[in-house]
Design a binder for this molecule. Structure first.
Ligand SMILES: [Zn+2]
Length: 248
């Protein structure tokens, strides 16, 4: 994996602009790791995908992340700052101590095996017309069932107790999937637990950085007649120096 800069930053932005949030997260990871296929990234569990997105964020935009969100009590903007190592290191430790693996239970002679959901599973669930069929699709895709005589069984054949057990295990596996951090409101003092969706957050940063880079390309191309690829191939430092000369 490498940082998203120059041509790759623009490629990720260009492609992601036409995509859903789920697909964008895959685009950011595949553009930054061209050795991996989109299919293999889509097969990562959501926890693994998010860990990769945090790493990509650290590589591309550095160690410190500053975000704002409105206070739910008084709607003042609250600002909070995160040190990314303090996010990534615990996630890595967690993964080493409890690798993301299927979880098995027995209930009334049935074996219930639940795997962590992937992007593919979420995409399939989102294609369903309503929330309850979405949830069911997600559970069905992540669960494998073996009946009391040892035969593989379908979700629709399982008794309620077995389905309830699968639902419970699924929820346990995905508990704490959202990254939350505490922020105190400067206006009213309320403490909020903010959910930070790293995929969406990183996409907004990529979009802003790409638009800034496009303006720089435009300025330099206009001033010197250089090609887009030549300007994108320059180091950040060199580009900023030319820009400073153009702007004086
Ligand atoms: Zn407040």
């Amino acid at each position: 994996m490498h940082a998203l800069v120059g041509e790759q930053l623009l490629a990720a932005w260009d492609r992601g602009s036409r995509e859903s949030d789920l697909a964008r997260a895959l685009t950011l990871l595949t553009v930054s790791s061209p050795e991996r296929t989109r299919e293999s990234v889509a097969a990562l569990s959501l926890a693994e995908r998010d860990l990769e997105l945090w790493r990509l964020r650290q590589m591309t935009f550095g160690e410190w992340l500053r975000a704002t969100l409105p206070c739910r009590e008084c709607s003042a903007q609250m600002e909070f700052t995160l040190d990314l190592s303090s996010v990534i290191e615990p996630l890595e430790r967690l993964r080493l101590s409890a690798p993301v693996a299927p979880s098995e239970r027995q209930v009334n002679g049935w074996r219930v095996n639940v795997e962590p959901a992937t992007t593919r599973d979420l995409e399939a669930a989102l294609r369903m017309p309503d929330q309850s069929s979405s949830k069911q699709t997600l559970l069905e895709r992540c669960t494998s069932l073996v009946d009391p005589v040892g035969a593989a069984a379908r979700w629709s054949e399982a008794p309620d107790a077995v389905r309830d057990c699968a639902t419970e295990v699924f929820e346990e596996i995905h508990e704490g999937a959202e990254f939350t951090c505490a922020a105190a409101c400067p206006q009213c003092g309320a403490v909020e637990m903010a959910d930070l969706d790293i995929g969406r957050f990183l996409w907004f940063e990529v979009r802003n950085a790409a638009q800034r880079l496009l303006r720089e390309v435009h300025e330099l191309a206009y001033a010197y007649g250089w090609s887009e690829s030549a300007i994108l191939a320059m180091s950040f430092h060199r580009r900023q120096n030319y820009l400073a000369m153009v702007r004086t």
